[in-house]
Each structure stands twice: as C-alpha cells, then as structure tokens.
Design a protein around this ligand. Structure first.
Ligand code: NAD
Length: 265
C-alpha cells in the first residue's frame, strides 16, 4: 500500500529505525535512510531495505546534531523524491544522575532526540499538506510519558517529542481528505526494545546483580515492564505501518505506548 510513496527514516542504520525502513520498503515505499555508521554498516542497511522489497533505497549521511546538515538532507531528499512518510527514529541515551550529567550529553541528546525532529518536520510537513497525504511517526518512548531516574536529558527530549507531535497534529489535522489519506502526526512510545541502545544498561544491570546478560534483561523488565517481555524492533515497525495506512487518517496527535503495561501502572 506504499507503492509510489517515499519514506524518510532517521536512525535507519541500526535497531528500530532499520526495522522500520525494511518494513516500509516491504510495503512498497522508496526509502531514504539516514543514520551514522561505517561504510559497511550503511551498505548493509541499504541492502537489507532493498532485499525487503523497496524499489529504491538511498542513504543520506546528515549528522542530526548539525542543523545545516539536516537542511541539506531535506533539500536533497525532496529533489530525489519528497517524503510522504517521515519517521524520526534517531536517538541516543546517556544515563547519569542529573547533577553528574555531562553538559555535552544534554546538548547532544536534545539535538538528536528532539530538535532534529522539529527540523525534519518543519521542512517535510508543508509538502505533505500540498499532496494531501502525509505521515509523521516519531519514535518517542515510555519516557515521553513517565520519568525514570538518571535520564534527565532523555526524558526531557521524549516529553518534548510528544508535545511537539501534538502541536503538529493540530496544525495539520484539516489537511487532505479521507480519500487522499490526510496528514497525521503521532508518537510511538516503546518500553524496552532489544537494540544496541539499551546494551549498556543491560550490562550495568547484569554487573550490579553479578549475573548474566539474560539476568540483566530480566531485572530491567521486572522493575518496569509488567509483560516481562522485551519488544523486537520488527514489532515497533508493524505499528508504524499501521499508522501509515489510509484508514488511519483520523488517528493523529496520539502517543501510543508499546510497553507491556509499563505506563498503565
Ligand atoms: P540504536 O542505537 O540501535 O539506533 C540509533 C540510530 O540513531 C542509529 O541509526 C544511529 O546511527 C542514529 N543516530 C544516532 N546519532 C545520530 C546523529 N547524530 N545523526 C544521525 N543519526 C544518528 O537505537 P534504537 O534502540 O533503535 O533507538 C531508536 C529510537 O528508539 C531512539 O529514538 C530511542 O530513543 C527510541 N527508543 C528505544 C527504546 C529501546 O529500548 N531500544 C525504547 C524506547 C524508545
């Protein structure tokens, strides 16, 4: 159902973003892949998206900490094929107590997790409105809905992402039609998803209890996620696909938890 459409996915060289890029490609979209990595990592991501069924996959190397780089990426992507689907998935994490948090971490996390989404959205949404169809899916987190200790910049960035998405949802709610699909903006708020991003936390927890990696995961889940099961990146990608369907035209401004009950407590 995405044949003839173009998707831009940030953070698509790893983890959740890569799974989303593959799923959108499998649904027929041309995929613009943004994300950091070695040439091998980038080539592998591109190959995986093509193998999934994307008619085309192109890498855009913008470092999302740099506003001019984001602006260049958006111009180049529009010249290639303007995005109908924009998934802001790039993110980073650093855990430390608020008073010990390096100020560079605050700046980098806010820039990548939040400000980059503002810049891609302000540059992509007008085109979506003109064409009457657009989907922005922002990968926030349970930490856009509730807090945890030692994650000041991450939680601040994700709460910001939820608020930013609601404003955009309102501003674009009346664009398009049922027939064209409309323009929607939503957040997905995952709990623990098995990707490289949470590896340091798994290792720290395993070490703290003197157990294995699996024990570390069990301990993280026990504390917060009632299902006691992690999510796989593909399961997050499935929710993104659902939001992209034309039938989801009235689903906008939502922050959808995929968290095994974490935020129901
Ligand atoms: P990951 O580390 O596997 O992937 C992060 C991606 O972001 C990579 O492609 C990386 O290259 C990209 N990135 C980082 N800094 C960048 C920069 N400066 N410029 C461009 N790209 C940059 O992590 P993930 O777990 O797949 O995380 C994806 C998103 O999901 C993040 O926003 C994260 O906060 C969110 N999330 C993850 C979990 C989880 O448990 N893994 C839970 C909730 C939310």
């Amino acid at each position: 159902f995405l044949a003839g459409r173009t998707a831009l996915v940030t953070g698509a060289t790893s983890g959740i973003g890569l799974a989303i890029a593959r799923a959108l490609g499998a649904a027929g979209a041309r995929v613009a892949i943004n994300g950091l990595g070695t040439p091998e990592v980038i080539a592998e991501a591109q190959a995986a998206v093509l193998a999934a069924g994307a008619p085309e996959a192109r890498h855009f190397d913008a470092d999302l900490r740099q506003v001019p780089a984001i602006e260049r990426m958006m111009v180049e992507c529009a010249a290639w094929s303007p995005p109908d689907v924009l998934v802001n998935c790039a993110g980073m994490q650093h855990t430390a107590a608020l008073a010990e948090m390096p100020t560079e971490c605050w700046d980098a996390i806010l820039a990548i997790n939040l400000s980059a989404a503002f810049h891609t959205m302000r540059l992509a949404l007008p085109g979506m409105a003109e064409r009457g169809y657009g989907r922005v899916v922002n990968i926030a987190s349970v930490h856009g809905l509730v807090a945890s200790v030692n994650k000041a910049p991450y939680v601040a960035s994700k709460f910001g992402m939820v608020g930013l998405s609601k404003v955009a949802a309102l501003e674009y709610a009346a664009q398009g039609s049922r027939a064209s699909g409309g323009v929607t903006v939503n957040c997905i708020c995952p709990g623990w998803v098995e990707t490289p991003l949470i590896e340091p936390q798994i290792q720290a927890r395993a070490q703290a209890i003197g157990g294995s990696r699996d024990d570390g995961i069990r301990e993280l889940l026990r504390e917060k996620q009632p299902s006691q099961r992690t999510c796989l990146p593909e399961e997050i990608a499935d929710a993104v696909l659902w939001l992209c369907r034309p039938q989801s035209h009235n689903l906008t401004g939502a922050a959808i938890p995929i968290d095994g009950g974490w935020t129901s407590q």
